[in-house]
Design a protein around this ligand. Structure first.
Ligand code: HEM
Length: 240
């Protein structure tokens, strides 16, 4: 609800109320966990690690809460949407997908193209710390800048035929996880999850067929779905 608050699938009384309610609920939840860890002294998980920093006075509690919120969003929204969009991409590009099934395209190569193609987290924000020139324009120090990694993933200066899905794309410099010191902390686990999903789908004797136009989530931040209707058919029927 926090991410999809503008979409009628999630909006309650109003988009803004939905956003605030959902955010407060997640923050309350994390606050409760931090309180428990401070009481027990546990530091053997991420929330415990943050809790002990709060207890020692090395991290303000609101910063710990926002870190928890970031992981909750980062871990819960992106990867499932990427998996759903991957199912749809496989459906749209069945002939290319059959190369993965046949073992002609490795799952890790295909995974990189699924990540580039879906790019579920469409932008990030930065604050410039010095004047910076890009594309002939100077962005002054102290400006908030939106970096569209979705657009970067379609950059014709970097990708051959950027608007074409190429399951065997080589040297894929996709930026679905962003770049720099704040590059997605979950990138290794998310890549592993999606690659495992791809491997399992390729090895499966069944296949998903999308039977209805998928419903996209109304959000310019999370490029996800609210509905993906599929049927499970025998993979042989589709030429596998
Ligand atoms: C396919 C799945 C995923 C995608 C596309 C994705 C994408 C991104 C992007 C674009 C950023 C911003 C990077 C930047 O600011 O430059 C980010 C940050 C982050 N992601 Fe992910 N993410 C995914 C999965 C995950 C998972 C599974 C987790 C947690 C287990 C996670 C946790 C985070 C966190 C905590 C940050 C903030 C890092 C920081 O600010 O230093 N993400 N992610």
């Amino acid at each position: 609800m926090m991410i999809g608050y503008r979409d009628e699938a999630y909006t309650g009384a109003s988009p803004l109320e939905s956003l605030v309610d959902a955010q407060m609920e997640v923050l309350d939840f994390i606050d409760g966990l931090i309180g428990q860890r401070i009481e027990s002294g546990a530091s053997d998980d991420m929330i415990g690690f943050l809790a002990q920093l709060v207890a020692s006075g090395d991290m303000p509690r609101d910063v710990a809460l926002l870190n928890g919120l970031n992981v909750a969003v980062g871990g819960n929204e992106t990867t499932p949407h990427t998996a759903s969009l991957t199912v749809d991409a496989i459906h749209q590009e069945r002939a290319q997908w059959l190369k993965v099934v046949a073992g002609d395209v490795p799952a890790d190569v295909a995974t990189q193209e699924f990540l580039r193609w879906t790019s579920t987290n469409s932008y990030v924000q930065r604050l410039t710390v010095e004047d910076f020139e890009v594309g002939g324009e100077v962005i002054p120090s102290g400006s908030f800048v939106t970096l569209w990694n979705m657009a970067a993933n379609r950059d014709p200066a970097v990708f051959d035929q950027p608007d074409t899905f190429m399951i065997d794309r080589q040297d894929n410099k996709q930026l679905a996880f962003g770049a720099g010191v704040h590059r997605c902390i979950g990138a290794p686990v998310a890549t592993l999850e999606i690659q495992t999903f791809v491997e399992e789908l390729a090895a499966w004797d069944k296949a998903f067929v999308v039977v209805k136009e998928p419903q996209r989530l109304r959000s310019n931040f999370m490029l996800g779905m609210t509905e993906l209707r599929v049927e499970v058919v025998d993979a042989k029927e589709l030429g596998a």
